[in-house]
Design a binder for this molecule. Structure first.
Ligand SMILES: [Zn+2]
Length: 299
């Protein structure tokens, strides 16, 4: 059985809708391992990582994006960053939060996230970044992104996300399907109600992935009878691009005065990457070298 995570893009009908479907079981397993998240935190972070990859697949090469979910629930906020090459990373503020299951017997993601805002920041290199903000609808992540697409991008969309967490806390299945109506579909009420019916009758997307179904199989099953054209496929993974050099540059941007203050404490400086929990230690000698660099550039 093929277990690598990947994303597929497809067109439905006579180019009436586009579909992105992806499996993120390994992505979420890696995030769970790195952050030691509780089941409800794994589900919230996993759904957001999945959406990071979906939005990443809509970027142009070299663009990057950041998703910030700022809710007032006990989870305390979610940050996810992705690029167009299928790389995603992310964290939650309180990874150990535990909540009882909700009334439907599911992980209480909406309650963990709470009320607040969803922000999407798209970094387009030289151009001004794009900011989109919408109020959270339910905090269940899928609903919030469907609302974001409708309001911020005027693109009516259906978003299904799911993370099935096993007894040991590791995800058994994770993934999503996003369907976006293209302008052509607006006049095809029949097409739209057909889609809604199919999506409504679909099993939990996380269970389908847990059963070992591929993104293509799930799309083919859900949209059986419609013309489906698969466009391309991309591997996806949890990957942090942090490095010692990057954190050294970060220390340098503090400026000479603040850096000297740190060095004067007489202890090595430890920096932790929020996204992957990697630790970087800068010894007093390292700090001296950075200070000398600053001196040389006159900063
Ligand atoms: Zn990192």
């Amino acid at each position: 059985m093929e277990s690598r995570d990947y994303l597929v893009r497809a067109m439905l009908g006579a180019n009436q809708a586009r579909v992105i479907a992806l499996r993120t079981t390994q992505v979420v397993a890696e995030a769970q391992k790195v952050h030691g998240t509780s089941p409800v935190a794994t589900a919230a972070l996993g759904r957001t990582l999945t959406m990071g990859l979906v939005l990443g697949a809509m970027l142009k090469t070299d663009e990057t994006l950041t998703i910030q979910i700022k809710g007032d629930g006990p989870l305390g906020g979610i940050v996810v960053a992705a690029n167009s090459r299928g790389h995603v990373k992310g964290y939650v503020n309180n990874p150990q939060v535990e909540l009882p299951l909700n009334a439907a017997g599911k992980l209480a993601v909406g309650q963990a996230v709470g009320r607040g805002y969803l922000h999407v920041i798209r970094d387009m290199g030289l151009k001004e970044p794009y900011y989109g903000t919408v109020p959270l609808q339910t905090g269940e992540i899928g609903d919030d992104f469907a609302y974001y697409f409708a309001v911020s991008e005027q693109s009516p969309s259906a978003v299904m996300l799911g993370v099935l967490v096993g007894r040991d806390g590791a995800p058994l299945g994770s993934g999503g399907i996003v369907v976006q109506l293209l302008p052509d579909a607006a006049s095809h009420q029949e097409f739209i109600s057909g889609l809604e019916q199919r999506l409504g009758g679909m099993n939990q997307v996380s269970s389908l992935f847990a059963e070992g179904r591929t993104p293509e199989e799930i799309v083919t099953e859900v949209f059986a009878g419609l013309e489906i054209r698969f466009l391309d496929r991309q591997d996806v993974q949890f990957l942090c691009d942090c490095s010692r050099e990057r954190f050294a540059r970060g220390l340098v941007t503090l400026g000479a005065a603040e850096l000297r203050q740190l060095a004067d404490k007489g202890e090595p400086v430890e920096v932790v990457c929020h996204f992957c929990n990697k630790r970087y230690i800068f010894s007093l000698e390292d700090l001296d070298t950075l200070l000398q660099e600053l001196g040389n550039t006159g900063a």
